[in-house]
Design a protein around this ligand. Structure first.
Ligand SMILES: Nc1nc2c(ncn2[C@@H]2O[C@H](COP(=O)(O)OP(=O)(O)O)[C@@H](O)[C@H]2O)c(=O)[nH]1
Ligand SMILES: [Mg+2]
Length: 410
């Protein structure tokens, strides 16, 4: 899963990205390569299954602190969004390919209204414009690709129909084929066509304007957007977030402060405080006359107390909450731990080294394929390790299940 961090300049994208990717502990490895500077691992919080078995896990990627497991998700800082972007203004190939690969977009909005549509210093700017703008811009980009490819898409559909297939299902297949780089699948194309009030078999007579809605429906399903209302520490943000919530009741809007999260993670890394990303508070470590203790400077102490005040009001800095909301609440992913009824240790002696994020409705068989194609192909049955119960391939998995796959490949 790839999560794109988008928004106009100066809203705090890079700060948010830094906050998510900065980690107190040294991370041995990611489940993916991060060779580009604008790519990195963010982590979602999962209550680890290790404690339920009276164990301490040794994650092979991510980390686990006191029973809270941080599972990696790939983040991309997608810079370069400006008005007119879909027409190619300021939108390089890099921007498009970064955007293309994302499964979900976190739209960082400057809730304080201190930057105009180009990101220049301003006053009383209404962030609702940014939400409308981004949605429109991405919808137009989809529309543009559909329009430019329309002759080809319809030709493909006719060919498929002529090849003896039932004409009524060919346009969705042709759309999915042409828009595969946007992660449009057959099912997504079908649902989008229906949601646009169109009938597949009439595709030769679809009105031109209907393509606009079709583009929007395809976009919604392949690039869903959640909003991080950033800079909540600034004065006008509270009024503006209410405005956002009223105007966009269908959007998930999470208040946050990227700056505060960066400060806390840096302080934790420097061993000045104890802080777990997403926590409602932190604890100052370095006090007293102990020679090894590094007392906080006056400025540090003041800055931290200001952040504590923010945490009290908002429950957390919100940054971790944005990621957790995106993955678990919005995309409804579930975390699954591979395990075994014979023990939770792998061949190298690591306890519960892995935790996988799976899409909603994943079955035991899906999980087998996720572990290894061979496990999927030669799947026999699975075991729900918590209950020590056999489950079949169609069995739907739940968040925090511990599952063993029994296959002929083992
Ligand atoms: N007050 C405040 N400023 C922030 C916050 N997050 C980011 N900023 C500031 O906003 C400015 C732009 O941030 P940056 O991450 O470079 O924005 P980008 O252009 O979207 O990548 C910087 O000065 C940040 O320190 C926040 O939560 N509160
Ligand atoms: Mg930036």
């Amino acid at each position: 899963m790839i999560i794109g961090v988008v928004g106009k300049p100066s809203v705090g994208k890079s700060t948010f990205f830094k906050a998510c990717t900065l980690s107190e502990v040294e991370i041995a490895s990611y489940p993916f390569t991060t060779i580009k500077p604008n790519r990195g691992a963010g982590y979602v919080r999962v209550k680890c299954a290790d404690r339920d078995f009276g164990k301490q896990c040794n994650p092979s990627s991510g980390f686990c602190i006191n029973g809270t497991r941080f599972v990696a998700v790939e983040l991309v800082d997608v810079a370069g969004l400006v008005p007119g972007a879909h027409e190619g203004k300021g939108m390089g190939n890099q921007f498009l390919s970064d955007l293309n690969q994302a499964d979900l977009l976190i739209h960082i909005v400057d809730a304080s209204g201190t930057a105009n549509e180009k990101g220049e210093v301003s006053e009383n700017y209404d962030p609702c414009f940014d939400v409308e703008f981004l949605e429109k811009e991405i919808d137009l980009w989809y529309l543009d690709v559909i329009r430019r490819g329309w002759d080809k898409i319809t030709r493909l559909a006719r060919q498929k129909g002529a090849a003896g297939n039932e004409m009524s299902a060919q346009i969705s297949k042709a759309l999915a084929e042409q828009l595969s780089s946007f992660k449009v699948t057959n099912a997504i194309a079908k649902n989008s066509i229906t949601a646009s009030g169109l009938k597949e078999e009439d595709f030769e007579r679809w009105p031109e304007e209907s393509l606009r809605q079709l583009a929007a429906e395809l976009r919604k399903r392949t690039k869903p957007i959640i909003i991080a209302a950033n800079k909540m520490d600034l004065p006008k943000s509270k009024v503006n977030i209410e405005r956002l919530k009223n105007k966009f009741p269908d959007y998930k809007i999470v208040p946050c402060s990227g700056d505060a999260e960066v400060a806390l993670r840096m302080a934790a890394k420097a061993k000045l405080i104890k802080y777990l990303p997403g926590d409602p508070d932190f604890e100052i470590i370095a006090v007293g006359n102990d020679a090894s203790a590094r007392p906080l400077s006056e400025a540090q102490a003041t800055a931290l107390e200001k952040i504590r005040f923010f945490l009290k009001e908002f429950g957390s800095t919100g940054v971790q909450h944005v990621l957790d909301t995106a993955v678990f609440d919005f995309l409804q992913y579930i975390a699954i731990f591979p395990g075994s009824s014979k023990g939770l240790t792998d061949s190298k002696g690591n306890v519960m080294p892995d935790c996988f994020l799976m899409p909603p409705d994943s079955t035991a068989l899906d999980f087998a394929f996720r572990l290894h194609t061979d496990f999927g192909k030669t799947f026999l049955y699975a075991i729900d390790v918590r209950k020590n119960q056999r489950i079949g391939k169609e069995h739907k998995l739940k968040h925090r299940d511990v599952i063993e796959i029994i296959s002929a490949a083992k």
